[in-house]
Design a protein around this ligand. Structure first.
Ligand code: NAD
Ligand code: ZN
Length: 259
């Protein structure tokens, strides 16, 4: 692994337009579970589809109950070594953009400005109205629910005080369209990059997984950092298997030595 890290450090030192693409594996070391990894959430739950959220009060209530159940871990999560390493690469002016599937806001919390983080799946840091987009803060929404996230029978999930639309955390759910502006920008940044590193993503979710493919096709040097193999490994110029935080931390340490 050491020689791979050294090689990656060299690639970063020689890059002009590095882009990093992150998935749920980026944040497991911050205590936020992934979906598809060995102890992922999907071993416990099937996701609630947007169509069911819209049409069924019980599906909505179950969706919110799960969100509220995991909310304390989500709120208490702090950037890990990997987030901090990427923020350092931004400070050193190597990293230009992050494209993330994560909804936890930890790249921004580590110090990367909002306009450099392209959030493909929205954010769980606040709640928004599905109809008019009005933003609501979690602390104003939580009191609507019981302590354990349930609702009393007959009570519906919260609605917008402006247009009566349904409220939902501002994430993109299964069955919901990807945000157009962010998706378009992600493809452009991927195509323009000369070094593209996918970190902690199973690279199985489409269309998100087609963004690294776009980078590779456009001639970018394509690196995968993940703790298990992915379907895109054969397309990559380099695959490093291990813990994301450790690998990124060591890579940045090596860069600082060589600079
Ligand atoms: P995924 O769950 O499909 O895959 C995560 C991958 O990372 C797996 O292959 C896993 O083995 C690997 N991994 C886990 N911990 C790792 C570590 N410390 N180092 C290296 N690799 C590690 O995630 P995905 O492909 O990003 O897709 C799932 C979707 O779920 C995403 O689109 C995202 O929107 C959402 N999600 C987000 C969060 C978050 O915001 N932190 C958490 C769970 C799910
Ligand atoms: Zn509204």
């Amino acid at each position: 692994m050491n020689s791979q890290i050294h090689k990656l450090a060299k690639k970063i030192l020689n890059s002009d337009s590095m882009v990093v693409f992150t998935g749920a594996g980026m944040s497991t070391e911050s205590g936020i579970p992934d979906f598809r990894g060995p102890s992922g959430l999907w071993k416990r739950y099937q996701p609630v589809q947007l169509q069911d959220f819209l049409s069924s009060r019980d599906a909505r209530a179950e969706y919110w109950r799960r969100k509220i159940e995991s909310f304390p871990d989500f709120r208490n999560a702090r950037p890990n070594k990997g987030h901090i390493a990427l923020a350092e690469l931004y400070e050193l002016d190597y990293l230009k953009f992050i494209i993330t599937q994560n909804i936890d806001g930890l790249h921004q919390e580590a110090g990367i400005p909002d306009e450099r983080v392209i959030e493909l799946h929205g954010t769980g840091r606040y709640v928004s109205c599905l109809d008019c987009g009005k933003r609501f803060e979690w602390e104003d929404i939580l009191p609507w629910f019981n302590q354990d996230g349930t609702l009393d029978p007959g009570k519906d999930t919260p609605a917008c005080d402006y247009c009566q639309g349904l409220l939902k955390p501002a994430t993109i759910s299964f069955g919901q369209a990807m945000p157009e502006k962010e998706t378009a920008e992600a493809y452009i940044r991927a195509a323009e990059s000369d070094l593209f590193i996918a970190v902690g993503s199973s690279l199985q979710v489409y269309p998100a997984a087609s963004i690294p493919q776009e980078a590779a096709k456009s001639g970018s040097f394509f690196v995968i950092i993940n703790n298990e193999s992915t379907p895109l490994d054969p397309m990559a110029d380099m695959v490093i298997n291990g813990q994301a935080g450790e690998i990124l931390g060591e890579t940045v340490a090596s860069i600082k030595q060589d600079q």
